[in-house]
Design a protein around this ligand. Sequence first.
Ligand SMILES: Cc1cc2nc3c(=O)[nH]c(=O)nc-3n(C[C@H](O)[C@H](O)[C@H](O)COP(=O)(O)O)c2cc1C
Length: 365
Amino acid sequence: MPKPKISQPYTFLKASKKIQNRTVLAAMTNKQSHDDGVISDDEINWLSERAKGGFGIITTAATNVSIEGKAWDGEFGVYDDSHIPNLIKLTSAIHQTKSLIIAQLFHGGTKSPQKITGFIPVSASELNCAESFTGKSKKASEKDIEKIINDFTASAIRCHQAGFDGIELHGAHGYLISQFLGKKTNLRKDGWGGSLEKRSKLLIEIFKSIRENVPESFIVGIRISPEIESLGIELNDSINLIGILRKLPIDFIHLSCWDVFSKSNSIANSQRTLTEIITDSYESLPTIISTGNVWSSLDAHKLLKQGADLVGVGRVAIGHPNWAHNVSDLKYSPKKPPFSIHELKKAKLNKTFISYMKNWNNFVK
Ligand SMILES: Cc1cc2nc3c(=O)[nH]c(=O)nc-3n(C[C@H](O)[C@H](O)[C@H](O)COP(=O)(O)O)c2cc1C
């Protein structure tokens, strides 16, 4: 019997990198690391356990590219060379398995609290901002933008030095890059705001700068949210953005859908999902990862049918570190939350991560 598609190998052609199957552990913040940004053994163990569980790709939690971009306590960073030794510990542990390891690079923008960073949160525009002592974010100056691009680039180079297989730019979920993408959050009238081309310029300049400074074998992908009403990110714009991105030497586009089975919000009576609409929009696309509410092998199978090349999962892999191995069984349908504290400890979550998961509705018993 041939293996089901989800368990068949896949190759990133440009980077010439093969993955053992089509499963991706999506980025998940877990707050387990040290105040100085050094990744902790607990965070390394949590990721290694999922690599041992057979994931094709392990993505780290969102990791900040500068002190100004930090959004949570316990977040590991990649903004300083002092982070490299423990990052090497992580990549070496993952490379003892067959998984690839990818770092998710990000800057929180308005979501980087001044009380953590010591800086007024910077964003595309001066916006209402609960995380700023003044109640407002700072509109990024040309100099700020140049620093942001340099910070992302230096961090990607550092990840390459530390042995990562690639990076994912976090352009989803309302952080800095998506604050530039959104019509409601980017009110600029200069070269960095206005039309879609200008709103996406920050993302594209970051991508190009990274691409020029890392070898072709280093995977560089981008995660986006196709729709975020509160930011003014609309599906049509996202489709056009993907039309721009697909012409760049990009290795993957990761669609953060939250629920890959729900229909698009922006198209009245649409019977099609975001993944279907996007993958049907172009004849050829970079590798498409899609994530949201996949639990069983049947779910994974349906998502591949929608047009995704790789299947991302988040929460199911918290409770089930071996999900990627088990999903080759077509009848696999693992237990849903709530999980007991004992179960979560066994799945290599530390106390801080377990208590963070209590914020997620009905996840911890
Ligand atoms: C605890 C937790 C932390 C998360 N942190 C991140 C993050 O750092 N970066 C990111 O892009 N998405 C993050 N997400 C979103 C997940 O990557 C994923 O898209 C989402 O959980 C939906 O997939 P799922 O239904 O398989 O969990 C997080 C999700 C969870 C549950």
